[in-house]
Design a protein around this ligand. Structure first.
Ligand SMILES: Nc1nc2c(ncn2[C@@H]2O[C@H](COP(=O)(O)OP(=O)(O)O)[C@@H](O)[C@H]2O)c(=O)[nH]1
Ligand SMILES: [Mg+2]
Ligand SMILES: [Zn+2]
Length: 302
């Protein structure tokens, strides 16, 4: 046991710059301050904390992480959450989703060893068939898929989501306008209360999602949804260029057939990946996005 082992174990449910909201083992939440760089943490971290003053706390240590979902842009690393069981990527029939962002999120999750489900929302809208078509390659490569209509068919949608989320800590990601708030409000009727007075005060009273927020779905605190703010950029610079194709299951499935063991699947002769693209076995979009990300990963910065 570490020298902090006798301290209460808390869960980081929200971050606000240099301080965090930590939920203790009784479910009570308080503002905590990290002690030095070593106790830098993210939502989902289990931390050893000690009371300080009348109602605050100090984070003394962060427990080892099971996983960490993050993006790495050109100049900064942004952590989404730690210790999550699964990722829900919410896309919608409208607005039309960016396939590049979708691929990047999938690569980050694969690199972190986190299972992903893609849910297509707003399937009451006329563009559903073409959205379904765009998602076919993702289904074909073995991803779990769901079709929902959170606003138009809330009961049916909840019935589909419930078995998937029960007993799990699920991170929800998706571009703005896809229905993330609708989802949270539907599954978590006391969402506002869970954000609570502390968070509202720290966040100067704003109710929009500006930081990652942890919500318990059930009173027993077994199932959680973690809501995150949208983002423009999604760098995956944590990935080694030579590993990129391994993190894209459809490309990976054909990389064994390349003549060269270190094939980049760009210009080499005898490339199994490009043959599969030509044969229509790998989506041309996915292959193009692979090339774009590879160029980012191999570009010289100066
Ligand atoms: N047609 C349709 N609209 C939906 C559905 N679910 C959510 N919306 C609408 O999509 C818009 C964006 O939803 P919101 O939950 O705020 O998305 P967020 O930006 O991801 O939080 C809102 O106007 C919702 O009412 C649905 O199933 N069908
Ligand atoms: Mg929202
Ligand atoms: Zn190749």
């Amino acid at each position: 046991m570490s020298r902090f082992g006798e301290l209460d174990l808390g869960l980081v449910v929200r971050g606000h710059g240099r301080h965090y909201i930590v939920e203790d083992s009784d479910g009570q939440r308080r503002v905590c301050h990290p002690r030095g760089k070593k106790s830098d943490c993210v939502v989902g971290d289990e931390v050893r904390w000690a009371p300080s003053g009348s109602d605050e706390g100090v984070i003394e240590a962060v427990e080892p992480r099971r996983n960490l979902l993050f993006r790495q842009d050109e100049w900064k690393t942004k952590s989404f959450a730690a210790n999550v069981d699964q990722l829900l990527i919410l896309v919608a029939v409208e607005p039309v989703f960016s396939e590049s962002q979708l691929c990047r999120a999938l690569i980050a999750a694969e690199a972190a060893g986190i299972h992903t489900t893609i849910a297509l929302n707003k399937t009451d809208l006329p563009g559903t068939e073409s959205a379904r078509e765009r998602l076919k390659p993702y289904q074909a490569m073995g991803l779990n898929m769901m079709e929902i209509a959170l606003k138009a068919q809330p009961e049916e949608s909840i019935a589909k989501l419930t078995p998937w989320l029960t007993g799990k800590r699920s991170f929800v990601m998706g571009p703005s306008g896809t229905g993330k708030s609708t989802l949270i409000n539907l599954l978590i009727p006391d969402a506002k209360a869970q954000v609570g007075d502390i968070s509202v005060a720290l966040n100067s009273g704003r109710h929009t999602t500006t930081t990652t927020q942890w919500y318990w779905v059930d009173a027993e605190r077994q199932s959680a949804l973690i809501d995150s703010p949208g983002f423009q950029e999604f760098g995956v610079r944590q990935v080694e260029a030579s590993q990129l194709a391994h993190l894209m299951p459809d490309l990976h499935a054909h990389a064994d057939h390349c003549r060269f063991y270190n094939c980049t699947h760009q210009h080499e002769p005898g490339c199994g990946v490009r043959e599969a693209v030509d044969a229509g076995l790998i989506s041309a979009n996915r292959y193009r996005i692979y090339g774009e990300i590879l160029a980012e990963l191999t570009a010289k910065r100066w």
